[in-house]
Design a protein around this ligand. Structure first.
Ligand code: FDA
Length: 582
């Protein structure tokens, strides 16, 4: 039977994973279609923390400025507060999301981008509008039903919800970006580890002017330790800022074994009132929904010509803000590989590196996010508040910390320590930036794995060793100051070298694959006036780095090649290996 529609890539889903896959593929000129269930993009805020790595991806895809213009800036994100209610007692704060002076410096050194808070209902239109402007064909109200694959492609049956009928789309590759209940991942039989439904949680979206309680301690998150706050959920009650200071989202737990409560407006209002702690503030409830905390990850991200990305492959709570970040990074990893395989430059073997590179990251972030929930318990413990018999007892325990006794001093210290430990959730710069890949699309250079000098979850450590992303350094070109990251990407491979690297540059030109060449040094197209690049590059002036379209170093030669022939031989072998031709 002839398919009704034919394309190169079919993407199911228009969330962060699907929309960013569409944006990357449209930027690279790969024909594709997106089908998505609803007649709209996300209608609630959902994921929001947008980390530096994602901002680098968005910078390369040309939408960074638009995101910055709409997002809440970093300096309004950072006073993560623990309190008994917004109007109640404050128990302590963590300087978060790069707002601790030392971490802020680390952020500035690590990347040309800044973290921000971009709620999902604002992020999706930015990604999708740009994708459609560049050629994405987007079909709303269209539901994925099933697929059949053969050696040449995938035939997908979809349902048109407007007409009520089904039709087929024939694609060379299928991307399942259909979220935490992915049908595509299920139909592809992707093996999953972990479990779903670990705890119950409710999101309540509402409008209220809370500036009285928040503007003086600007933050994305206010954690509430109140009676019932340890039942289910994500560690405590959470008041999350959607737009400062009048759009909000509350996360409140429920006992998953008892099932979700009836989400009436009265119920939502009672939860909101409890967490605000001031009944005089007018509140307008906009929506409530129940969801579960999951701890599940796919061990393989692909089956033949079917690839999954985003929550389809990693399902975890919002702790550490990794959901949409990881989803966008998955798609960015996959898109350039699909392009090179589709245009015949690379062997389909290149696509195996997608699972090899992204599955370990998925597992890591699922584990990290769930661990963060558990790390809130010591805050309650410090107040003897994990399971108080009555609310009065909890309040009495909390009040006890103000006493002039040795026991109270100990309690104060324990509380400070427990709150400070939450940096692993709110300031985990290493989790955001230290993703290093091992796969056949990375050519080892024989150097030992440098590992990490400091805690790899908290601290970013750049390296140019193959498998790491290119270190960021500010360099110049004429009067322009730019990041080394700005010289790579744009869908191309880039060879980065210096004075003495002419052999490498010629070798790059001789490849069948398009490779841009960047020469950094005095009198060259790019200069290194601060010496930052020289300090970070880990290669001598005549050495070379081959950087993939996603900004990852795929090949490194620390010194000049012995001869121009040698440069060509080494680079050709590396390119063949990366593209899966050996
Ligand atoms: P996502 O779920 O965003 O997108 C899936 C897409 O596939 C949607 O467009 C959907 O309509 C479509 N789809 C699904 N099945 C389909 C089918 N059969 N046919 C066609 N289309 C189909 N994270 C966080 O960090 N903080 C938070 O507060 C929240 N809150 C939150 C609330 C709610 C209600 C949800 C659902 C999720 C969150 N999250 C969150 C999680 C966060 O939204 C999530 O990590 C990312 O959106 C993942 O992006 P994906 O693109 O992978 O999936």
């Amino acid at each position: 039977v002839e398919p009704d529609v034919v394309t190169d890539v079919l993407i199911v889903g228009s969330g962060p994973a699907g929309a960013s896959a569409a944006l990357a593929l449209s930027t690279y000129g790969v024909p594709h279609i997106v089908v998505t269930r609803h007649a709209r993009l996300a209608d609630t805020p959902r994921a929001h923390i947008t980390n530096q790595r994602t901002m680098e991806v968005l910078r390369d895809l040309g939408v960074e400025q638009e995101v910055v213009a709409q997002a809440t800036p970093q300096h309004l994100m950072g006073n993560t507060t623990f309190c008994t209610s917004l109007a109640g007692e404050e128990l302590g704060r963590v300087r978060s999301w790069g707002n601790d002076p030392l971490v802020q410096a680390a952020h500035e050194l690590a990347s040309p981008t800044r973290m921000c808070d971009m709620p999902q209902h604002l992020m999706e239109p930015v990604l999708m509008d740009a994708a459609v402007a560049r050629g994405t064909r987007l079909r709303f109200s269209t539901v994925y039903k099933s697929f059949v694959q053969d050696d040449d492609g995938v035939t997908v049956t979809v349902e048109d919800r407007l007409r009520g009928d089904e039709y087929t789309i024939r694609a060379k590759y299928l991307i399942g970006a259909d979220g935490g209940r992915s049908r595509v991942a299920e139909d592809a039989g992707l093996p999953m580890g972990g479990q779903m439904g670990v705890a119950g949680s409710i999101n309540i979206v509402f409008d209220a002017d809370l500036s009285k309680y928040t503007a003086h301690r600007p933050s994305t998150l206010y954690w509430v330790l109140a009676p019932g706050a340890t039942v289910g959920g994500i560690g405590a009650g959470l008041v999350r800022c959607v737009r400062p200071w009048n759009e909000w989202l509350i996360v409140w737990g429920y006992d998953v074994t008892a099932g979700a409560p009836d989400l009436t407006t009265e119920y939502a209002e009672s939860v909101v009132r409890g967490l605000i702690g001031d009944d005089e503030i007018p509140v307008t409830i906009k929506s409530s929904s129940a969801w579960t905390v999951n701890e599940m990850y796919a061990e393989t991200y692909a089956n033949g010509r079917v690839f999954c990305a985003g929550d389809a492959t990693h399902r975890h709570p919002p702790s550490n803000g990794l959901g949409s970040n990881t989803s966008i990074q998955d798609s960015y990893n996959l898109a350039w590989k699909l392009r090179l395989v589709l245009d015949g430059t690379a062997s389909p073997k290149l696509l195996d590196s997608y699972t090899a590179e992204r599955a370990p990251i998925g597992k890591q972030i699922v584990t990290r996010a769930n661990k963060s929930i558990g790390e809130t318990a010591p805050v309650f413990e410090a107040l003897d508040g994990l399971s108080p018999q009555t609310p009065e007892q909890l309040w009495a325990n909390i009040a006890a910390r103000k006493e002039d006794t040795l026991a109270a001093e100990k309690q104060r210290a324990k509380l400070r320590e427990a709150i400070a430990f939450k940096v692993y959730e709110f300031n985990a710069h290493g989790v955001d930036l230290n993703q290093r890949y091992v796969s056949d699309a990375i050519v080892p250079d024989g150097t030992p794995d440098p590992g990490f000098d400091r805690d790899p979850e908290l601290y970013h450590q750049p390296t140019s060793r193959p498998g790491a992303k290119l270190p960021h350094a500010w360099i110049t070109s004429g009067t322009r100051t730019l990041s080394t990251l700005d010289t790579v990407g744009q869908g191309r491979f880039t060879l980065v070298t210096g004075i003495g690297g002419a052999g490498w540059a010629r070798a790059a030109d001789a490849q069948e694959l398009e490779i841009a060449t960047v020469v950094i040094g005095p009198g060259q197209e790019y200069e290194d006036p601060y010496g930052d690049w020289a300090r970070l590059s880990e290669v001598s002036d005549g050495g070379a780095l081959l950087v993939r379209p996603d900004g990852y170093v795929a090949f490194r030669h620390a010194t000049a090649a012995a001869s121009p022939e040698d440069a060509e031989r080494l680079l050709t072998a590396a390119v063949r290996r990366i593209l899966g031709h050996v």
